[in-house]
Design a protein around this ligand. Structure first.
Ligand SMILES: Cc1cc2nc3c(=O)[nH]c(=O)nc-3n(C[C@H](O)[C@H](O)[C@H](O)COP(=O)(O)OP(=O)(O)OC[C@H]3O[C@@H](n4cnc5c(N)ncnc54)[C@H](O)[C@@H]3O)c2cc1C
Length: 444
């Protein structure tokens, strides 16, 4: 019989929240109904989790039950003619890539880390550098096995059980346990990317390059120097790429090359060091501008090569702030956010700017929408950081935008509801035994 054991150190990826949870780690899918029954009879609210790469509290359920799904990690079938893959929900993208790339296939959509599970990626309806060409992962999902707390497993497709399907894609784990999923994968000729890096001096240049690139490049993303001021405001490096048409199929060895051994003291990350890093990064990028061939893993997953990189933010952890604002306000809102951040001197190493395309998401709570997304890390300095994010909220609200729950750990409930107008329809599909810290905070 599977048991729950109490764990004190279940933490959000950003490290701001840590709480006690009762955790079970089922090994087989047929154990799941029993685990759910045990949790339900103990009166604990339930939540399934993957590799817990969500920054805030969407994957936390303090004092409740967590089903750690990572041992359910088997591929069920793969058809090399159609590229259709079916796998258990706890399989990581890392494992799937090991299987797919050498066979000449790739994931249709991937986030910036490969250490996420299939179930976790569906529950956040993740997006990647190809949002303008591929939309979100949910568009590539053909079938889902969903186990509800009454012990019934339902098969969901975009055509049948459409309401529950739309609630489960991007449904933050609240509609039940995703036990397996079937997705379409895409063909690639090699494990090499043709990449071009282009420095830009300001936001107008960024938008111009983004518009030019969207038709010809499958993947686009930019790093922006969030501490630059005055005439340098909005400068950065634009990266665009396509899968190369030839080259080796075996990805280079991709284990972390560097590991951050302990939490950095908070003094290490100050206005001066962040400013110096951002300037150096910009000038180095400018010197190395142009085209190059890049192996597939460093292109998609640069952070995965630094083990435990979040420790750079110190013991108090960090918040990530990812907004999406519509096209009509994208320029002004992005400029206003960068001005605020650079004046506060609270920016991050990793400020990522990208335009989202108009391929609509299937999920009721999916984050991407046409326009521009800006993602930044903020070391947690307590009230000053919360105040700064509150001021960013005002800009995002005014622009008619929204924040990404997978990255959030503090947005006010009214901001969530304004950004996700379908939240009440979504709430009808929540499994009554399921809850999360995030949902208790914004949805109840
Ligand atoms: C370095 C880094 C880069 C990132 N880049 C991006 C990016 O580019 N784009 C993007 O969209 N996201 C990005 N993310 C966020 C990440 O992709 C998502 O948070 C992803 O969902 C994490 O997957 P996971 O397996 O760790 O899920 P968890 O964080 O464990 O869980 C995420 C959600 O899924 C639910 N869940 C997990 N498994 C199941 C299941 N089997 N059944 C039902 N619900 C389940 C949980 O309850 C929770 O609500 C990034 C994160 C990191 C750390």
């Amino acid at each position: 019989m599977i048991r729950f054991s109490s764990s004190e150190d279940i933490r959000s990826w950003g490290g701001v929240l840590q709480a006690r949870h009762n955790v079970a780690r089922p090994q087989w899918r047929d154990e799941l109904p029993e685990v759910l029954a045990v949790a339900r009879h103990s009166g604990s609210p339930i939540l399934a989790t993957g590799l817990r790469r969500s920054y805030g509290d969407t994957g936390l359920n303090p004092d409740g039950a967590i089903l750690d799904m990572t041992a359910l990690d088997r591929a069920i079938f793969f058809d090399p003619d159609s590229g259709i893959l079916r796998a258990e929900a706890g399989v990581s993208f890392d494992m799937l890539l090991k299987m797919l790339i050498r066979r000449g296939f790739f994931l249709p959509v991937t986030p910036g880390t490969r250490f996420v599970t299939l179930g976790g990626a569906i529950a956040n309806d993740v997006h990647g550098k190809n949002h303008h060409s591929a939309g979100t992962l949910g568009r590539w999902v053909r079938r889902i096995g969903l186990l509800r707390s009454d012990g019934l497993e339902i098969e969901l497709t975009p055509q049948e059980n459409t309401g529950l399907f739309g609630a489960t894609i991007g449904g933050l784990g609240l509609t039940g346990v995703i036990t397996w999923a079937e997705i379409e994968t895409v063909r690639i000729a090699s494990a090499i990317m043709d990449v071009e890096n282009i420095p830009f001096e300001n936001l107008d240049e960024f938008f111009q390059i983004a518009r030019q690139s969207d038709g010809e490049y499958e993947y686009t993303v930019a790093w922006v120097d969030c501490l630059a001021k005055g005439k340098d405001l909005g400068r950065g490096l634009f990266t665009r790429g396509n899968h190369a048409s030839k080259g080796a199929r075996l990805p280079t060895k991709a284990d972390p090359k560097l590991t951050i051994p302990f939490n950095f003291p908070s003094l290490v990350l100050n206005k001066l060091s962040l400013g110096a890093f951002n300037s150096l990064y910009y000038w180095k990028g400018k010197r190395n501008a142009g085209g190059s061939k890049v192996p597939i893993h460093p292109f998609f997953y640069p952070l995965d090569s630094i083990g435990h990189w979040y420790r750079m933010y110190g013991r108090r952890g960090m918040y990530q702030y990812q907004s999406a604002v519509p096209p009509e306000s994208e320029r002004d809102a992005t400029k206003a956010m960068l001005e605020l951040i650079s004046a506060a001197g609270e920016g991050s190493f990793l400020a990522v700017l990208k335009t989202f395309g108009d391929k609509s998401s299937l999920g009721m709570l999916s984050f991407p929408r046409p326009g521009t997304t800006l993602a930044l890390d903020f070391p947690n300095r307590g009230s000053s950081t919360l105040r700064l994010m509150g001021r960013l909220d005002a800009i995002v609200r005014e622009a008619g935008g929204r924040l990404y729950p997978a990255k959030d750990g503090r947005m006010p409930a009214d901001m969530f509801r304004a950004g996700y107008p379908h939240w009440q329809d979504f709430a009808k599909y929540i499994d009554p035994a399921f809850e999360s810290h995030f949902w208790r905070r914004v949805g109840q």
